[in-house]
Design a protein around this ligand. Structure first.
Ligand code: ZN
Length: 101
């Protein structure tokens, strides 16, 4: 998540999926601004059986992200869930890239 005040990448400070919703709190190290977002149903609810597949897909995405990120749009299947998956991947990518410093 990008800070609305200073544009810095915000650090995720809390993740609450206990209610079945995926709610994440962020804090900006630059100016102290805090914000939160709701990413829809908690991952464990919709991916309980797809976790390994998701992790494999993430690893594959990381490999191709630098050179050919658009290749993903050519992958077969999952058309009905594609927009959801893309949103999930976007969230993960931001978190993974920024680390847990
Ligand atoms: Zn800020």
């Amino acid at each position: 998540m990008i800070c609305a005040k200073c544009g810095e990448e915000m650090r995720m400070t809390e993740k609450d999926t206990s209610s079945g919703r995926d709610i994440r709190e962020y804090a900006c190290d630059g100016c102290g601004h805090t914000d939160w977002e709701e990413s829809g149903p908690a991952l464990w609810q919709i991916l309980s059986d797809d976790r390994k597949e998701l992790e494999a897909a993430q690893a594959n995405r990381a490999l191709v992200a630098g050179s050919d990120a658009r290749r993903e749009s050519l992958e077969p299947g999952r058309s009905s869930a594609k927009s959801l998956w893309n949103r999930l991947f976007a969230c993960f990518s931001k978190e993974r890239l920024k680390g847990k410093s």
